[in-house]
Design a protein around this ligand. Structure first.
Ligand SMILES: [Zn+2]
Length: 91
């Protein structure tokens, strides 16, 4: 479980995501499947909010150890876009 405290938490992971350019598929709001197109490796990322804090969980080895991986960075980008779209529709 990775707590997303600030954008800095994900800086390195975001840079890696920009290089790898993984594919992100939305399973449902808060659940994403991230695929590395080069290797075909697929991981599941969950984004949750608890008591006002944001958390992300990735099924890869780094994510299980609590490290911010590029799968989380890619999924969080999709999650934030989806959240913004939902917020825009619910005013
Ligand atoms: Zn990961």
């Amino acid at each position: 479980m990775i707590q997303l405290t600030s954008a800095d938490t994900l800086t390195n992971a975001i840079n890696k995501a920009r290089t790898v350019k993984p594919r992100v598929r939305i399973n449902h709001f808060g659940s994403y499947t991230v695929t590395n197109k080069q290797t075909g490796a697929t991981y599941t990322v969950s984004c949750t909010k608890r008591e006002g804090k944001r958390f992300a969980l990735c099924s890869c080895k780094a994510g299980e150890r609590g490290n911010a991986c590029y799968h989380v960075a890619a999924a969080v980008a999709a999650h934030m876009q989806l959240a913004a779209e939902r917020a825009a529709l619910n005013f």
